[in-house]
Design a protein around this ligand. Structure first.
Ligand SMILES: [Zn+2]
Length: 617
């Protein structure tokens, strides 16, 4: 087992990886021409046997490799599911003789196969299904279909990540295939121009609904995989909504950066994950029958990542690697501006949203920002570094959201650009400039974002970045809202139960570190009843009100029982020994934000406001 490296070491690894040339900088054809002779020729066969859906088999044929080489399972920079834990094998065959595969590290094997040709075979035994809903990006197999491929299935040859490969899928005959991999003349064989593309292109197989449309001559595909007994929903409206989002995103960035794009929607799943030219998304049919805006919003988010994250890339985000290296200072931009545009592009597409107007959306965003003290106490750059690959609680008693921090920053900077250019430019121009500058050899740093915005607006942005991006502080909303004749009025009101009584403060959380005993506390607001009683993130829970707590459900049950006025005895273990405290459970309040028009707004401010309200660039 690898020990989890320290955050500093991970950062170092990430920086080193980013220092190497990013393979995606080269057009696909150039990669083939330059490296086809120097790199091994790799073909994969992935077998799903309907008689045994607990596992799938992978055969990897490597030709033109040295006698000794290494293969590895890639770590996803955001969701590292560590599927190397479920690999059975590998076994190696070399020209009729057996070779050897020796595990050198958790996700890394040394293969010895003299003769320049090796077949590496292994089986991936799927972990027991999670209690529903399932994470949309995690592999599964069922009698009517499943998700496979990607970093959970394919090993790559270390040091040959630019080697192209072919993938043949041996799946039940009645199943169809949806993937971002490049189709070939054989409907069951696909091409991956590099290991990056291979591990970033999961493969959905099974029986599903299928729609296709073009935007600007570029094909797009939407598939929906239903559970048995799925609730019927308006599929025409759904696919029409996706099409509208695609058209607006392509309009924003100028063109589609892929040859074709596939949306994979799965019933019974939650969440979503962006890829180079596909997205995997949870889309419960019952939710789609009720209200499609939430699923469409998630689809918009993952689709905007096609540009903002996959191409406009934080400097630290490198190519395929078996060590997790997702720590990026710029994630506030990658996630926050993606949130900003998911809302805005849906408005431009004329889709109905949960937040009826841009003002309502802004009010709720600012309230979310203020309700979590981590958002104003931890700088977005620091929060970005801890977003992926760091264990829960790595920022102590705060838990900021880079999505919320970044969207607030993006919304305010959009106003700065509009004001400085008299409405001629907006954040749209910043996004296009970022794409032009940082989708190539080199990703962006915080200074690059600052410079790009300054170039777009012809104004100084350094003080803003010092205060709110590199530094931690509460964004002075009114200073920026005033530019378009608005202001925010912030009040606090008590959080109430459905029957109007003060709701007990249960803002205490916990997680069970893998491989360790018991559960650790997570405090995300030191001024909560639990924080005020002296509890801290990382305290290991021994008992609550005298009853031993060793699992997360036991913890949750004990906390849910807490009523206003109760005194709850919590005993914890700390590095120096046992410690106990009495938590006096109180009510609590939350911020409420009203965005109002300034009575004294000038005609210029009113004009900028009208344009902003309409969602126009
Ligand atoms: Zn995202």
């Amino acid at each position: 087992m690898v020990r989890l490296p320290s955050a500093a070491l991970l950062l170092l690894l990430a920086v080193t990886a980013a220092g190497a040339q990013h393979p995606l900088a080269h057009p696909v054809d150039a990669v083939e021409v330059r490296f086809a002779r120097a790199h091994p020729v790799i073909t994969y066969r992935l077998v799903v046997d309907s008689a045994d859906l607990t596992a799938f088999d992978v055969e990897m044929r490597v030709r033109g490799a040295p006698d000794t080489f290494r293969v590895a399972m890639a770590a996803h920079p955001e969701y590292d599911d560590r599927f190397w834990r479920f690999v059975d094998g590998p076994r190696v065959e070399a020209g009729g003789r057996s070779g050897t595969a020796t595990r050198e590290d958790s996700a890394l094997w040394r293969v010895v196969a003299p003769g320049g040709e090796a077949t590496v075979r292994y089986r991936v035994r799927l972990p027991a299904p999670e209690p529903p809903p399932r994470a949309a990006w995690r592999p599964f197999l069922s009698p009517t279909g499943g998700l496979t491929g990607g970093p959970h299935a394919f090993m790559y040859v270390v040091g040959a990540s630019l080697a192209p490969s072919h993938v043949t899928l041996d799946v039940p005959r009645s199943w169809e295939i949806a993937t971002g991999l490049v189709p070939t003349s054989d409907p069951r064989t696909f091409f991956a121009p590099s290991a990056d593309i291979l591990v970033d292109s999961p493969v959905f197989v099974g029986r599903f609904r299928d729609w296709r449309f073009d935007v600007g001559g570029v094909p797009h595909r939407v598939i929906y995989w239903p559970l048995s007994g799925a609730t019927p929903f308006d599929t025409a409206a759904f696919v029409g909504g996706i099409r509208g989002i695609v058209a607006e995103a392509v309009r924003l960035f100028g063109r589609a950066p892929y040859r074709e794009y596939t949306f994979v929607f799965q019933d019974g799943a939650y969440g979503g994950l962006e890829h180079f030219n596909s997205a995997t998304l949870g889309a419960p049919s019952a939710a789609l029958a009720r209200d499609q805006s939430e699923v469409l919003g998630e689809a918009a988010h993952e689709f905007i990542h096609t540009w903002n994250l996959m191409r406009i890339r934080p400097a630290e985000r490198g190519g395929v690697d078996y060590r997790q290296g997702g720590q990026s200072r710029g994630l506030w931009f990658s996630e926050g501006l993606t949130m900003f545009y998911a809302d805005l592009l849906m408005r431009r597409a004329g889709l109905r949203l949960g937040d009826s107007t841009r003002v309502v959306h802004l009010e709720r965003l600012l309230a979310r920002y203020l309700s979590n003290p981590g958002n104003t106490r931890i700088s977005p750059e620091r929060a970005s570094l801890a977003e992926y690959g760091a264990p829960p609680g790595s920022l102590g008693d705060y838990d900021p959201s880079v999505h919320v921090q970044g969207e607030v920053i993006g919304a305010m900077l959009d106003l700065v650009v509009r004001d400085a250019t008299g409405g001629r430019r907006s954040m749209d121009d910043v996004m296009r400039l970022m794409l032009e500058r940082y989708a190539g050899e080199r990703g962006f740093t915080g200074r690059d974002v600052e410079r790009t915005i300054a170039d777009a607006c012809g104004c100084a942005t350094r003080a803003f970045f010092d205060a709110y991006v590199r530094g931690a502080g509460q964004v002075d909303f009114d200073r920026y809202l005033r530019l378009i004749g608005l202001r925010a009025r912030v009040t606090r009101e008590p959080v109430l139960t459905p029957d109007g009584q003060p709701a007990p403060d249960r803002r205490v959380f916990a997680w069970a570190p893998p491989g360790a005993q018991g559960v650790n506390l997570l405090i995300n607001d030191p001024s909560s009843a639990w924080g005020r009683a002296g509890l801290h993130t990382g305290d290991r829970v021994i008992s609550i009100n005298g009853a031993a707590v060793t699992t997360w459900p036991e913890f949750r049950t004990a906390v849910v029982r807490a009523r206003v006025g109760d005194t709850v005895r919590v005993e914890v273990m700390r590095p120096h020994g046992r410690w106990a405290t009495n938590v006096v459970v109180t009510g609590h309040d939350r911020p409420v934000v009203r965005v109002e028009e300034l009575a004294e707004a000038t005609p210029r401010q009113r004009a900028l406001r009208a344009r902003w309200l309409s969602g126009s660039p």
